[in-house]
Ligand binder design. Structure first.
Ligand code: ATP
Length: 238
């Protein structure tokens, strides 16, 4: 039996009177890389926010490691091993790269290990090492994305939630980001990846969910979804 780390059941989320998520079921097993794809406004980001506790749910439940996390805040969830890299990244613009990485470890107090982990982040993202004293606000979009991922990894998460890491990046940076996501996954971090770039996301994922107008319309093995004519027509422009 697969060990389910994250289990979302009948999730509904509304903004005022408008229901953005209408009853979503999904699960992420230990060690998996799962992607949630779908067009603009489908409700992907809202689903992520409900999982991290940054957006309250209207109905349904979310279990993390077998326990309901309903009503728990984002801070609490980071301590439990659930870290999110939000859309738009949100690095601390007036802090250096190194300071941003240190901030990512705010829940820890093992100084020597934190320093060792910063070193690991620089191995994973050599571009960040070259610029380690540079202010984060002056980094390119791709570099900020790397820093945001590095900062989230500094909390040593069990599960990493990534919201559209490739958004707004040049093709070369997109390649680099997907390479890093695969790398982080290979190091044993469980990942839920929200992406509009369906072909790239399904290309590296184990499983995928397709979201349309607040509902999951299709799900399954990532390679099977990638070859599904409905997915190809709707999301891969064929
Ligand atoms: P995208 O790929 O464009 O980011 P998404 O699938 O992540 O889309 P959401 O951002 O979850 O979609 O949005 C789902 C719906 O909820 C959209 O119709 C959006 O306009 C609406 N919505 C999102 N955030 C808010 C908010 N804070 N207040 C009101 N409506 C919102």
């Amino acid at each position: 039996m697969a060990n389910t780390l994250l289990k979302v059941t009948g999730l509904k989320v509304a903004y005022g009177g408008i229901q953005a998520v209408k009853g979503v079921d999904l699960e992420v097993n230990d060690g998996e890389l799962v992607t949630l794809i779908g067009s603009n406004g489908a409700g992907k980001t809202t689903t992520m926010k409900a999982i991290t506790g940054t957006q309250p749910m209207l109905d349904g439940d979310i279990e993390y490691m077998g326990k309901s996390i309903r009503g728990r805040g984002a801070w609490d969830m980071v301590k439990e091993g659930l870290a999110m890299v939000p859309e738009g990244r949100g690095v601390f613009a007036r802090m250096s790269i190194t300071e941003n990485l240190q901030m990512g470890a705010y829940i820890r107090n093992d100084k020597a290990e934190i320093a060792a982990d910063i070193e690991k982040m620089f191995e994973l993202f050599p571009r960040l090492r070259e610029r380690k004293d540079q202010l984060a606000g002056t980094l390119s979009g791709g570099e900020q994305q790397m820093l945001a991922m590095g900062r989230a990894l500094m909390s040593r998460p069990k599960v990493l939630l990534l919201d559209e890491p490739s958004m707004g990046l040049s093709p070369i940076m997109v390649d680099k980001i997907f390479e890093v996501v695969r790398d982080v996954s290979a190091r044993g971090v469980t990942i839920l990846l929200v992406e509009q770039n369906a072909s790239r996301a399904l290309g590296i994922a184990n499983r995928g969910y397709v979201m349309e107008s607040g509902n999951i319309s299709m799900s399954g093995d990532a390679k099977a979804l990638l070859n599904d004519p409905r997915v190809r027509a709707a999301y891969l422009g064929e």
